[in-house]
Each structure stands twice: as structure tokens, then as C-alpha cells.
Design a binder for this molecule. Structure first.
Ligand code: GLN
Length: 303
């Protein structure tokens, strides 16, 4: 498969979408990013990496961080984790409060904000230095030590994080959060603020394409857990657009409001794409289109 040519052809085909959508502005620090950027990187399980355009420009991974947090929590708590967070698609926006009230503060899944905030709390309870552990896990997965938090983005999100604060308060009211909510939110914002580029993300997610030997930074997952983590990405990775992504792309994946999307073709490759302009559901317009074309051109998906 000539992946390099496929990535380049895809870009030509999605150019008509280059001005569609807007970058996230509800986090003011993200509004400063030049929206007219695009990068893509694909790493195969045999170790080759193909990339195109701004694949080495770091961006805010935002909700993609929720996959790393889930992997750590699953490694530490095992199946008990599902007592505090569900694994059903929400069909609502990533920052929605609607179900949370009705369902007495048990978040639908780990990839909506409520679920990730509960996981952030759990990691704070279990780990003596969660900030260091979280970055260390990403360093181990990506093989890149220079990846770091962007504290300006984290602080900017805290300052305007009214909805997340409402979610955290509701969770606390229902006894779903053990630690101080300000501290939990700040840890959650720091996780979201991590900056990585497409090549680093594709490399980090390669670990989720392999069903064996998951042992990174001291966190181990069995082959069954890796498959289950992919199942949650498949059903919940794109909030109220999870069905659409499954239908058009056919791979487990996760998006973030920084404009990044990562997807995994188990036993084949991981792919990361980035372009800051988002659709109304908070997913990258060009990123969604690029991945749809990738599985169309290669004629391969999980189905
Ligand atoms: N940090 C963002 C938030 O909590 C993450 C949302 C996202 O990437 N979908 O709103």
C-alpha cells in the first residue's frame, strides 16, 4: 500500500473544505491558533511512518487525552472502573449536563467531559503525583520526552470553564468525586492542554493497535483490555457524532477540540490528523473528511 501517495491525494481532495468550520474559541487560548493548518501522520505496526504537511507542528490534544487517562485508570482499577463510569454512547455533546442529572451523576462514558473528570479524580486518588505520571505515560507511549502541558491553555480553560465547573459540581453533589473539585478540574484541564504533533500521536496510539505487550510507563493492559478500549473509542469517541464517524470512517478513534483526531486500525496502523476548524459537534472538518477518504482509498476498515 502506497500510504504516502494516499495521504497526499487525500489532501488534494479535501482542499475544498479548507475554509469550512471555525476553530474552538470557548477556550480563548485556542482561538489564537492559525486555523488554516493541516497535518497527517500514519504509522504502521511494522514501524514505518508516513506524514504530510504540518505533521510536526504541536497542537492542543484536548479530549484525545481522555484515551490516555482511560488507559491508565483501566490498568490501575481493571473492570472495577466501570462502577464509577459507564461505557455507553451518550448521543449528546461532550460537555452536556442533561443525562448527568437524570442518571444521578454517573457519566455515560469516559470520553465525555463528565466521564473524564471522574477519571481525573480517580487518578488523583490513586497516584501520589498524577501530573508527573500522566506525562510520563505519554512519554513512554510516544517515545518523546519533550511533550509537555501548556499551562497557558489550561489556565485559559479554567478561567472560562463554566460548563465543566457545573459538571464537576453536579458530580460532587452526587458523591462521584473524592477530591477537591478545583484541583480535579485543574488536573483535567492540564491533561487536555498537552501538546503533541501528528507523528507523536500516531506513535503513541500504535500501542492500541497491538493486542499484546502493552506495558508503558508501568501501566499494563491485557490484550482483552486493549480491544475493549478500542470498543469504547468506536462507540463513544466522537460524542454525538460517533455513529457518523463509525459509518463514514469505520475505525475506533478519538477527537479533540484542538482539531486533532486519532484513529486506530487494529493490527495495521494508527493515524493522526490535525486541522483546527471544527464542525458543529466539535470535530475537525478536514480531519473527519481525511479519515473517511483514507478508509475509502485503502478499502480497509474494521468492518
Ligand atoms: N478541554 C475541553 C473541554 O473540557 C475538551 C473538549 C474536547 O476536546 N471535546 O471542554
Amino acid at each position: 500500500m502506497d500510504y504516502q501517495k494516499i495521504l497526499e491525494d487525500i489532501y488534494q481532495e479535501i482542499l475544498p473544505f479548507a475554509n469550512k468550520g471555525e476553530q474552538a474559541s470557548y477556550i480563548p487560548a485556542l482561538a489564537k491558533v492559525n486555523p488554516n493548518q493541516f497535518g497527517i501522520a500514519l504509522t504502521t505496526t511494522s514501524g514505518e511512518t508516513y506524514s504530510y504537511l504540518q505533521a510536526q507542528t504541536r497542537f492542543s490534544i484536548q479530549s484525545i487525552s481522555k484515551v490516555f487517562a482511560l488507559a491508565m485508570a483501566l490498568s490501575l482499577d481493571g473492570e472495577d472502573l466501570w462502577k464509577i463510569v459507564g461505557k455507553e454512547p451518550s448521543g449528546t455533546a461532550f460537555n452536556s449536563l442533561v443525562q448527568l442529572e437524570v442518571e444521578k451523576g454517573k457519566p455515560r462514558n469516559p470520553f465525555i467531559n463528565a466521564g473524564a473528570i471522574v477519571i481525573a479524580d480517580r487518578l488523583m486518588t490513586l497516584l501520589p503525583d498524577p501530573d508527573k505520571e500522566f506525562l510520563g505515560f505519554i512519554h513512554a507511549l510516544s517515545g518523546t520526552e519533550s511533550i509537555d502541558y501548556n499551562l497557558e491553555v489550561a489556565e485559559s480553560e479554567r478561567e472560562y470553564g463554566y460548563l465543566n465547573a457545573a459538571i464537576a459540581n453536579l458530580l460532587k453533589y452526587h458523591g462521584r468525586i473524592e477530591n477537591n473539585i478545583e484541583d480535579v478540574l485543574m488536573f483535567y484541564y492540564r491533561m487536555c492542554s498537552v501538546e503533541m504533533n501528528c507523528i507523536e500521536l500516531a506513535q503513541a496510539f500504535l500501542a492500541f493497535t497491538n493486542h499484546q505487550h502493552f506495558d508503558f510507563g508501568g501501566y499494563k493492559l491485557s490484550s482483552s483490555k486493549i480491544k475493549r478500549l478500542n470498543a469504547v473509542m468506536q462507540t463513544c469517541g466522537f460524542y454525538d457524532e460517533a455513529g457518523e464517524f463509525s459509518y463514514l470512517v469505520g475505525l475506533p478513534g478519538k477527537s479533540g477540540v484542538g482539531g486533532g483526531i486519532v484513529a486506530v486500525h487494529p493490527l495495521h496502523y494508527s493515524v493522526a490528523v490535525w486541522s483546527p476548524r471544527l464542525n458543529s459537534k466539535g470535530n475537525s472538518v478536514m480531519g473527519m473528511k481525511a479519515l473517511e477518504l483514507l478508509t475509502t482509498y485503502t478499502e480497509e476498515s474494521i468492518f
